[in-house]
Design a protein around this ligand. Structure first.
Ligand code: ADE
Length: 250
């Protein structure tokens, strides 16, 4: 089983890496090789019984789509786990809370002038849902480790939101709990290629007037919370892979 692990910013994938003397070394993974492709670096590795491809895309929907499609079409990844940070829309969400997306939508996709709902284009859909199996695995990990994992609707757009009015519009229009800049793009690519995916975000700010300051302050800390949860999910996926292999052999 080959798994894509993707973030948007270098800080979001950095926790998986250790800085070596001459090059980054993978902290959790073995058999490290770097491949440059389409303007990004893909770290090819192994985690127990899993093949891993790890990369950050750069910020925004276009770069996220490119990286997700490359992971699937060029590197033949069979599942995709996204890790990173988000702004809270639901006031109950606090900095450091982990949110697993149950649905993802694009808040800046707008052809409402033609009578369509926000977030919709013909032949598309407003909400895309991640893999139930991966959500179930996340729930198991959270239960076993005693981690509080929240679930919610994630709204994506090519805008850093630091404005209560825009945030409240997104909350009303999409019933969103958190906002970020890549998840729904990754979801659209995975949905098109029928690849099970999972999007995890740790809250870094409240998308309000303090958002830019809080984001800078908490980006690294929240990125680490998200990536460490993803490593625990890999552990579970690896155990499942091993039992499948044993079953197939007997
Ligand atoms: N990612 C983290 N915080 C964000 C915000 N406030 N707006 C958009 N993306 C974000």
């Amino acid at each position: 089983m080959k798994i894509a692990i993707m973030g948007a910013m270098v800080e979001e994938v950095d926790p998986f890496l250790e800085i070596g003397e001459h090059e980054p070394l993978l902290k959790y993974f073995s058999k490290h090789e770097d491949v440059e492709y389409g303007g990004n670096t893909y770290h090819i590795a192994r985690y127990r019984d899993l093949d891993i491809v790890l990369a950050y895309s750069k910020i925004g929907k276009v770069f996220a789509s490119l990286t997700a499609a490359t992971m699937i079409e060029h590197f033949a990844c069979e599942k995709l786990l996204f890790t990173g940070v988000a702004g809270a829309v639901d006031p109950a969400l606090k900095i450091g809370d982990l949110v697993a997306a149950t649905q993802l939508c694009q808040h800046d996709l707008d052809i409402s002038a033609f009578g369509h709902p926000h977030g919709y284009v013909p032949e598309g859909k407003v909400y895309i849902e991640p893999s139930r199996e991966l959500l179930h695995i996340a729930k198991e990990v959270a239960n076993e480790k005693g981690i509080e994992l929240k679930k919610g609707i994630i709204a994506t757009g090519d805008q850093f939101i630091a404005d209560n009015e825009r945030k409240e519009w997104i909350a009303r229009t999409f019933d969103a709990d958190a906002i970020e800049m890549e998840g729904a793009a990754v979801a659209a690519v995975c949905d098109a290629f029928d690849i099970p995916f999972f999007v995890l975000r740790a809250i870094s700010d409240a998308a309000d007037m303090d958002a830019a300051f809080d984001f800078d302050e908490f980006l690294k800390h929240s990125s680490r919370l998200s990536s460490s949860f993803i490593v625990s999910m890999l552990e579970k996926l690896s155990q499942r892979e091993r039992s499948t292999k044993v079953r197939d052999r007997s």
